[in-house]
Design a protein around this ligand. Structure first.
Ligand SMILES: [Zn+2]
Length: 187
């Protein structure tokens, strides 16, 4: 069994400090997914875990939300011989642009990198449903959510992280006056 926590530490995926996550929550731990995704050989290894979980399921397409989700979806599709599409931000949350078609009843696996509140996944599921596609499962690399979020389909995470996330109003690091950083691609 591969020790993914060791790998994450080694390549610098896990950062400690005071962070505002994409979800708006605050935390003392940040998973910098691009420290992982910049290493294709490690990303391939980790995606293999998701592939193993869903390889016997009946689906033809893998879909992910931008940005990291594109890489995961592409690698999964490559490993399993499926098609890869991705959902971009839009007025409705997310939608499939670039002329991506989904046939009515098309069976789709949804994947993403870091799972916190499930917002990106939920928006991608909605985008699939608006095109009359069928979501057969959700696979992520790191699940850092605190509550179980039910999508009504099988959910799999390669690594379940037990870390605290707080609403800004309840964040102890804010109360201590520790400087807040906003990592990721925003600004
Ligand atoms: Zn805070």
């Amino acid at each position: 069994m591969t020790n993914f926590l060791e790998i994450f530490k080694e390549v610098g995926v896990i950062r400690e400090g005071h962070f505002e996550l994409t979800s708006g929550l605050h935390s003392g731990i940040y998973f910098e997914k691009f420290r992982l995704l910049e290493h294709p050989e490690i990303t391939t290894l980790i995606c293999k875990e998701i592939a193993e979980r869903f390889k016997s399921d009946d689906f033809s397409t893998v879909a992910g939300p931008t940005t990291g989700g594109i890489i995961i979806a592409y690698e999964l599709a490559r490993q399993l011989g499926k098609r890869c599409i991705f959902a971009e931000k839009s007025e409705e949350g997310r939608e499939f642009k670039r002329g991506f078609e989904i046939k009515s009843g098309e069976r789709i696996l949804i994947v993403d990198d870091i799972f916190t509140t499930g917002g990106s996944i939920r928006d991608t599921i909605s985008a699939v449903k608006r095109k009359a596609g069928v979501v057969i499962g959700v696979g992520v690399i790191v699940d850092r959510s605190e509550q179980t979020i039910e999508f009504g389909v099988p959910f799999f995470s390669v690594y379940k992280a037990s870390v605290k996330n707080w609403k800004p109003s309840e964040c102890p690091l804010c109360k201590e006056g520790i400087e807040l950083s906003k990592p990721g691609g925003r600004r």
